[in-house]
Design a protein around this ligand. Structure first.
Ligand code: NI
Length: 386
């Protein structure tokens, strides 16, 4: 594997960057130090053009090859999570309540490794655009960069993303065409009844009893309304009401999430939640307010680009180590916004037997670095030499 051998020399340096980023996590758009680190490294590598402040704190580097040609975008996310780290690693977060629990430290370091190698070798025509985005975790940083003109400004024609996956062996990749990550929506239902003495329920409109009926009826969306071949998750994760044992409260609040892999199913779930909540509340004389909040769209891999991504991965680790029909994940990913703007594909890379994503004991696996960097390099060289 020639690229793996070349990139293996970078492994140590890239893991040092990764651990530095891990020790210094920043969240949402407040990734100033991380962005400054990325900018400084891109400068050291001799990247041709560096633009900061795209999507507030995003950083973009342009690496020009030998001769003119197309431009492709490679994207990493930079933000951490509001979690207290319990990994016990020497490079643990030094900021209480913040940690890199999703491996974005690894994603940023691997894309920097690829940028260093591509800037040294320039074994391609056209341009590689390396994209470092803020606020992947619930801040729609990808959308902010797209709205700042990311695609037009750099002439990006295709865009690719990568995420580590605990449980998948190191040295493996997984991808699928079509929906690969879900649209993660949120809903809140407020049931407004009439409070009173718990010994005299006939004088009240009990929002707890009505809320319980709503929870039960919401289960029918996935089991009875949605086509069984098109997945949807409707989870009620909050139910808050009442203060003590002898008072029926005025209000109950329910909250939860909807996950779907298809925009039509997403619309169906939203409509049914509204209808079920209103219908059940009306049947029992209560009022209801439904607030449905759409986060990022379904992450949809485009067919041709999925094939290009799979081919690059196969070139690095062999066909037996690339699953091209992986099951989608019901987690969300804001790279979906970039895939709405340009054709592209999002691939998963094995992180080995580590704690799960968003777990306080999670840590990115540095053994995956050579594979991730090699994949980026191979993909860029392949797409810009044919
Ligand atoms: Ni993530």
């Amino acid at each position: 594997m020639p690229i793996l051998n070349r990139v293996a020399e970078l492994q140590h340096e890239v893991s040092e960057w990764r651990r530095h980023l891990h020790t210094n996590p920043e969240i949402l758009y407040d990734v100033e130090e991380t962005a400054a680190f990325v900018e400084q490294k891109l400068r050291e590598f001799g990247v041709d053009e560096i633009v900061t402040g795209i999507g507030r704190t995003g950083v973009v580097g342009v690496i020009r090859g030998q001769g003119s040609g197309r431009a492709i975008g490679l994207r990493a996310d930079m933000d951490a999570l509001p979690i207290q780290e319990l990994s016990g690693k020497a490079w643990s977060s030094k900021t209480p309540g913040k940690m890199h629990a999703c491996g974005h430290d690894g994603h940023t370091a691997m894309l920097l490794g690829a940028a260093k190698h591509l800037a040294e070798t320039r074994n391609f025509r056209g341009s590689v655009i390396v994209i470092f985005q803020p606020a992947e975790e619930g801040g729609a940083g990808a959308l902010a960069m797209v709205q700042d003109g990311l695609m037009e400004r750099f002439g990006i024609e295709e865009v690719y993303g990568m995420h580590n996956m605990p449980g998948m062996p190191v040295g493996t990749f997984a991808i699928r065409k079509g929906g690969i990550m879900a649209a993660p929506d949120k809903f809140t239902i407020t049931v407004k009844g009439r409070g009173g003495h718990a010994a005299e329920p006939h004088h009240t409109i009990d929002p707890i009893a009505i809320g319980a009926q709503i929870v039960g009826n919401l289960q029918l969306i996935a089991s009875r309304n949605a086509n069984p071949l098109r997945s949807v998750v409707v989870s009620v994760t909050r139910f808050q009401a009442g203060t003590t044992h002898n008072i029926i409260p005025e209000e109950a609040m329910l909250g939860g999430t909807v996950r779907s892999l298809d925009e039509a199913v997403r619309d169906l779930a939203e409509n049914r939640i509204r209808e079920v909540a209103k219908g059940v509340a009306a049947a029992h004389g209560a009022d209801v307010i439904v607030d449905y909040e759409r986060a990022c769209p379904v992450t949809v891999n485009h067919p041709d680009e999925t094939m290009h991504a799979a081919r690059a991965a196969i070139d690095i680790v062999g066909g037996q180590n690339v699953d091209t029909e992986v099951d989608p994940s019901m987690a969300g990913e804001d790279f979906a916004f970039m895939l709405q703007a340009r054709p592209g594909a999002y691939i998963m890379i094995g992180n080995g037997k580590t704690a799960g994503l968003h777990h306080p004991a999670y840590d990115f696996n540095d053994e995956a670095i050579a594979y991730g960097v090699s994949y980026w390099v191979r993909l860029a060289e392949q797409r810009l030499t044919e």
